[in-house]
Design a protein around this ligand. Sequence first.
Ligand SMILES: O=C(O)CCC(=O)C(=O)O
Length: 260
Amino acid sequence: MTVIDGDRSAPALSALRTDGFVVLPGVLSGAELAAARDHADDLLRGVGWSDNDFDGRRTRRVYSLLSRPGALEPLLLHPEVHRLVTACLGEVYQFGMLFLSAVDPGQGAQALHVDAGVYPLPRQVEAETNVIWALDDFTDSNGATLIAPGSHRWADGRRPQPHELVPAVMPAGSALVYSGRLWHAAGHNAAETTRRALICEHVLPWLRPADNHILATGVEQLRLLAPALRRLAGVAPASDYLGLVAGQDPEQWLRQTAAD
Ligand SMILES: O=C(O)CCC(=O)C(=O)O
């Protein structure tokens, strides 16, 4: 497993292309991590377990994060992650699925999957580059994400065998950046503590994102977001003619309708 320290942009990109993932340890400062954890706990308070096997019946999930990004904003916009995403997807892309997850003790391993499997695209298209932020240490025992290195290049129909999986063990504050074509799953949490993560997909701008961020966030809150978050919410047009509002650039439309 490639874990990159030091000046890491070029080796990280090379590992991401070769292995389909890269772990960037210690991306967050202690203060950023503490604030992100506190905000995650606020968001998770009172949230129940998911009601299906895939999301996890001992896992709590929180969506609609753009309506209350708080201390998660530095993670959502982290330049080191976005340099890698830009290298894979180009200058314009948008958030796909975006959620906090708290994998509680006793949660079994998730079904293996590829995030980009929601799109009926040829396997070789890199439609998504995603990140799992470890808000707690990811360990062998607490359900560190299981990944099949190199599986982003596998042909349609090939599935990982148990011996092909490795746990993405990493300290809290690290980022696992991976291809949307990589086979992976949350591991079994056999520990006594919860394993929290922020999971953030980035997808090509001309695809429908898994979450509808515009509806989930609402126009008033979109106006209040940092411009970079607003673009990632899907406000940025994909091209000159794709993603306009009433024939206008969405940013212009937001300014104009605020003034009306
Ligand atoms: O929590 C993890 O390690 C991965 C979760 C995941 O891939 C998913 O829920 O789609």
